[in-house]
Design a protein around this ligand. Structure first.
Ligand code: CO8
Length: 258
């Protein structure tokens, strides 16, 4: 099994569980962590035993942002040539469902990482924010785009222009997170939800994810057309036949991922 400097990687049944593990630095996202996380998400995507993935941090911090100490001396040409932060796009391109389980701080790149996941489950201790402006920069891993889509212009502008943090209750009210759970139950609950997803038909789940994501990339007409094409395609799968037969026979479906 692979060993990591900045992650703890486990499997719980068909669920991949990635725990960001730089506790002393509040899981600040340095280049080693980025590389390890992207590599592991690719490995889970390729692993037929895995149906969904949970990313979590510690009770104190999901991640307090990009590693400021690593970034402080960066210059424009170096950032440009190496496409600083470009490799993070791979997180959003993960094809299997990805759940962020957030307790404590999700700031800057930490908030952006959570928003790259398919949905966010929050502990009641979660705090979200894009404080980059206080460091003389702005969000650079999708924050100005994704936060705006999640919470609308007014709140996104206020948070990004002032650096104000949002607590879990506000994040749930405005739709940034799907649900808030007690901090002690967070990881268990996230693994349970991921396990439920992993027990469904893999290709159907992946198509549903792809279809929801199309809502962020295209017009309503094009998106609905894309949805309908994938919907039609589902009737070519064994899992559709099995799911509907099981309903009619009043038994549990046995999805074979084909
Ligand atoms: N980078 C590096 N080190 C950090 C970071 C960080 N982002 N956050 C915390 N640490 C370190 C601290 O330096 C400290 O280290 P040490 O013990 O050696 O002094 C240790 O973690 C503990 O932190 P604190 O003592 O500050 O803990 P507090 O409980 O007092 O405060 C806070 C917690 C409020 C979270 C505070 O640490 C803080 O404000 N952190 C910085 C938050 C921030 O500004 N984040 C934005 C970073 S910029 C960014 O993310 C750019 C986006 C680019 C995209 C990233 C890729 C996805």
């Amino acid at each position: 099994p692979a060993t990591f400097e900045t992650l703890i990687v486990e499997t719980r049944g068909a669920v991949g569980l990635v725990t960001l593990d730089r506790p002393k630095q509040l899981n600040a996202l340095n280049s080693v962590l980025i590389r390890e996380l992207v590599g592991q998400l690719r490995a889970f995507d390729a692993d037929p035993a895995i149906g969904a993935v949970v990313i979590t941090g510690s009770q104190k911090a999901f991640a307090a942002g990009a590693d400021i100490k690593e970034m402080a001396e960066l210059g424009f040409v170096e950032a440009y040539i190496h496409d600083f932060l470009g490799e993070w796009d791979a997180v959003a391109r993960t094809r299997k469902p990805l759940i962020a389980a957030v307790a404590g701080y999700a700031l800057g790149g930490g908030c952006e990482l959570a928003m790259m996941c398919d949905f966010i489950l929050a502990a009641d201790t979660a705090k979200f924010g894009q404080p980059e402006i206080t460091l003389g920069i702005m969000p650079g891993a999708g924050g100005t785009q994704r936060l705006t889509r999640f919470v609308g212009k007014s709140k996104a502008m206020e948070m990004i222009l002032t650096g104000r943090l949002m607590d879990a209750a506000e994040a749930e009210r405005v739709g940034l997170v799907s649900r808030v759970v007690p901090a002690a139950d967070l990881v268990e609950e996230a693994v349970k939800v991921a396990g439920k997803i992993a027990g469904l038909s893999r290709p159907i789940v992946m198509m549903a994810k792809e279809s929801v994501n199309a809502a962020y990339e295209t017009t309503l007409t094009e998106g609905a057309r894309f949805e309908r094409r994938l919907f039609h395609a589902m009737f070519s799968t064994d899992d559709q036949k099995e799911g509907m037969a099981a309903f009619i026979d009043k038994r549990s479906p046995d999805f074979r991922n084909r």
